[in-house]
Write a protein of this length. Structure first.
Length: 422
């Protein structure tokens, strides 16, 4: 029988206005842990402008604001919380385990760790090693992050891509840092396979005898949609019945629409932002799903979503996606900047029915390991390990303190005996 734990899930990002990969995982983790009999609460910062009540199982510390760092990098910036409030709530809650998601993000984790006596798990999501802005960020915050890392009992990462920043910056003279980084636990992002499942019957997205490539995602530089449009222009000369649907919004939409117009591509459609139901419809009926991101990816949630909907995937060969498209899935990896090769790979998957079926089948089987119950089970194991290490640490500190005070007590006892002997 599992021992119920009291767990805090700390997210430094806006949990209410947009649901990125970190927020999705935290939400599903909370629900899954509660369903397993644990007590779980989400600790996050109140979004700027949020006027609503604090939702059930939420705790607000401080505030969060948006920031942009260039090169398609953006996120949330935490503002300091009241230290007395943090201390009071942590004392009242008495969490067994606190799981800090993106603990390097200022400033919530740093403030909480000063007051926490729980077991600490740090989970790293972002890939901060393969673009200039992110590398600069890492260099600035390494001293801050080092202090946080030393207070963790277990570190997890969604793939080797976000773990790379830790391995690159580890101080090999520090026994604690070496222990942590040599024992990183890789737990992937998850997916709800009760919702993401292939349609009973696939329907052509652009009518009979057509083939459709689908992209769903943000329209910014690092996502490489301009490279997809270039490749599609080449593809169109060979497959006039091919179509491209681009679903999503972002700062480069106008530029991308102008690119399509300048290339005189009639079979390209911009759908704008789509809700999850429409996203699943597009993925489930796509002949090929394509995500040509060139850098900055730590995992590839959109890839496993497409795989779960039964779509064969073509994706950029970046340090995150290579951890998802393994085995037969490697056939879908491309260099998005090599336009001719990119176009040839799309053509192959659109025309070779046997290969198309192979990648569909591989994806549907491979995605089973990302089902949320399996992911949550791995987190439970990590929390139990962190608890054991925290107990060992506390016992070690108590023993060290006992050894420090023993000579003093022995001296006092001997002095007392001598005086009475006189």
């Amino acid at each position: 029988m599992k021992h119920p734990m009291k767990i805090a899930l700390v997210c430094p990002y806006n949990m209410f206005e947009r649901q990125g990969g970190v927020q999705q995982l935290v939400t599903h983790l909370h629900d899954g842990l509660v369903s397993q009999g644990h007590s779980a609460k989400i600790i996050t910062q109140r979004p700027s402008g949020y006027k609503g009540d604090t939702p059930k199982d939420y705790i607000f510390f401080g505030k969060v604001r948006d920031f942009r760092a260039g090169f398609g990098v953006s996120g949330d910036w935490g503002m300091p919380a009241d230290r007395e409030e943090i201390d009071r709530i942590l004392q009242a809650e008495q969490f067994d385990v606190i799981n800090f998601h993106e603990p390097w993000m200022p400033i919530l984790a740093w403030q909480m760790l000063k007051h926490s006596k729980a077991a600490h798990v740090g989970t790293f999501h972002a890939n901060l090693t393969d673009n200039t802005a992110a590398k600069s960020w890492v260099n600035v915050f390494t001293p801050y992050g080092r202090g946080i890392g030393q207070k963790m009992h277990v570190i997890t990462a969604v793939s080797p891509a976000p773990a790379a920043v830790l391995l690159n910056k580890v101080n090999h003279k520090s026994r604690a840092e070496k222990r942590l980084t040599e024992n990183i636990k890789y737990i992937p992002n998850g997916i709800d396979l009760k919702i993401y499942k292939p349609p009973k019957k696939r329907l052509p997205l652009n009518g009979p005898n057509t083939k459709t490539v689908v992209y769903v995602g943000r329209l910014d530089r690092r996502k490489g949609v301009d490279k997809l449009i270039k490749a599609f222009a080449v593809l169109s000369t060979k497959l006039p019945n091919a179509y491209l649907i681009i679903a999503g919004e972002g700062p480069r939409r106008n530029q991308l629409e102008q690119q399509v117009e300048s290339l005189n591509l009639k079979n390209v459609r911009f759908s704008g932002y789509v809700e999850d139901e429409e996203k699943r419809r597009l993925m489930g009926n796509a002949d090929v799903f394509c995500s040509p991101a060139m850098f900055g990816e730590s995992f590839g949630i959109v890839l496993i979503e497409a795989m779960a909907m039964g779509a064969p995937v073509v994706a950029g060969r970046n340090s995150g996606y290579i951890n998802v498209l393994t085995g037969h899935g490697k056939l879908g990896l491309v260099d998005a900047q090599a336009t001719e090769d990119f176009a040839a790979r799309l053509e192959l998957l659109l025309t070779d029915d046997k290969l198309n079926r192979l990648l569909r089948s591989w994806g549907l089987n491979e995605v089973k390991r990302y089902d949320y119950p399996k992911v949550i089970e791995k987190y439970e194991a990590v929390y139990n390990e962190a608890l054991s290490l925290a107990v060992e640490e506390r016992n070690g500190k108590l023993a060290a303190k006992e050894n420090e005070t023993r000579p003093k007590r022995l001296f006092v006892r001997r002095l007392f005996v001598r005086r009475h002997a006189r």
